[in-house]
Design a protein around this ligand. Sequence first.
Ligand code: FAD
Length: 465
Amino acid sequence: MINNIGLFWVKDDFRLKNNLALIKASNKHDQVVAFYLYKKKKFENQEAQKWWVSKSLQNFKSSLNNYNIDLEIIKTETYSSFFEKLFTKKNFSIYWNKTYEPSYLKFDKYLSKNFKLHNIEYKILKGNILNEIEDIKKGDGYPFKVFTPYWRNAEKFYLEKIPAKEKKVKKSKKKISYFKDTINENEIYPKKKWFKKFEEYWKPSEENALKELKSFIKNKIENYSDARNFPNVIGTSKLSPYIKHGQIHVETIWQECMKVKKKGVNKFLTEIGWREFNHTLINNFPHMLKGNYSKKFDRFPWEKNTKYLSAWKKGLTGYPIVDAGMRELYSTGWMHNRVRMIVGSFLVKHLLINWTEGEKHFKNCLLDYNEANNVSGWQWVAGCGADAAPYFRIFNPILQGEKFDKEGNYVKKWVPELKNIPKKFLHKPWELKNDKVLKLGSDYPEPIVVHEKARLKALNAFKKI
Ligand SMILES: Cc1cc2nc3c(=O)[nH]c(=O)nc-3n(C[C@H](O)[C@H](O)[C@H](O)COP(=O)(O)OP(=O)(O)OC[C@H]3O[C@@H](n4cnc5c(N)ncnc54)[C@H](O)[C@@H]3O)c2cc1C
C-alpha cells in the first residue's frame, strides 16, 4: 500500500465492475479521489449526452461514496491546461482507462511523456473493449478492412486469453477531497428542456445497466436474431448508451452471455463485434473521421438543401417510417438500428445530402453517440465506408416499412397523425386520397421527394464517381 493519493480519471467509465483503473488505484492506495473533466467544447454538438453524463455523474458519485471515494468534477477549457497544472503537484499517482479514439490515444502519449518527465507514477489500463486494437491483425500484419474475417480472428483471440480473475474496488480508509474549484453535475445539464422526456426512458446507472443486461438475456436473447429487425418489438438490448458511457464493460456482457447456452447469443455477440471492428477502423484509418473512407466519394455530387435537411431532422418528410425514426430519436435519444439504416439511406440517397450532415445530427441527439460506431455506421449506409453497403442498394422506405413494421404500430406510436388510417396505406398515406381521414399537406406532409425519381437520380449521381 502506497501512502500517497491515488487519483482516478473518470472518462467514459462510470462503473465499479471491471473498471481496471479504479480497481488498481483503490488496491494500491489508502485514499483515492476520482475526478471527471468537463470540457464544455467537447459537448458543444453533443447536447443529448450532456443529460446522460450529468445523471451518470450523480449516480456514480453515490456509488463511489460507499467506498469513501469522492468524485470531483472540474471544468476545464482543454485537457492539457488541466494536466499542466497537475504536473506541478507531487503527492499523487494517477490511473485511467483507455478511450479508443485516436485523439484520446494520442493524448495518452503526451501524458505518459509528461508524467515520466515529472517523475509521477501513472498507469493506463485497458478500457471498454474485448481486444486491444493492435492485437488483431491480418497474417501480413495489416489491419482488417472486412468485418467477417476480422471477427473470426478477434473472437478466437479473445477466447484464447484466459481472463484474469477480476479484482474488486477496495474501500478507501477515509474520504478526502483533492481539487479546488469543482462544479456540480447540474452545470452540465443541456439548456433546452427537451431532455426531460429522456427521464421516462432511461436510468443512467451501472446498477440499471446490469439489470437490463440480465433481463435481456433471460427474456429476449433467444429471439434476438429475428426480433432485432423489428422496431415496434423491443427485441434488442438497448444497452448502447450504457456501453458508450461505460456503465457496463463489454467483457461483463460477454461473460454473462457465456453463462447461458441460448440461441441468439452468437448473433448478439457478433453485434458487439461490430463495435469492436468500428473501433479498429477509426484507429487504423483515422482519415475516415474527417471524411470519406473511400476517397472516390470525395467527388460525389452532394446537394445542399436546407429545406430537405430540416424536414428530415423534424420527421416531416412524408415517408412514415423515416419520420417515425427521426421522432423516436428526438423523443428518446435513441433509434432502432433498422430505422437508423432507413433514415440514413433516405438522407444520403433520396435527398442526396452528404452523410456528414446526418452524422452531426445523430451526434447531437443520440445518447449512445460514439465516434467509432456513428462515423462507421454512416459510412456503411452511404456506401463510402470500409465494409459498406454498396451505394446502388437503395432502401425503399415504403417496402422497408411494410416489411419491418407490418402492422404499422411503430409508425402509429411516433407519427400519431397517421393512427387512424387503414393499415394498407400506413406506409404510403398519399395513396389514401380521403380528406376525411387524412388531409395530406396539412395533417401530414406530402412526400418531399418521389421515391422512384429520387432513386434514379441517386443512381445517376453515383455514376459520376
Ligand atoms: C447511421 C448509423 C449510426 C449509428 N450510430 C451509432 C452510435 O453513435 N453509437 C452506437 O453505439 N451505435 C451506433 N449505431 C449502431 C447501432 O444502430 C446501435 O449500436 C444499436 O442500435 C444500439 O441498440 P442496442 O443496444 O439495442 O443494440 P443491440 O442489437 O442490443 O446490440 C448490442 C450492442 O452491440 C453494439 N452494436 C449493435 N449493432 C451495432 C452496429 N450495427 N454497429 C456497431 N455496434 C453495434 C452496440 O454497442 C449495442 O449496444 C449506428 C448505426 C447506424 C446505421
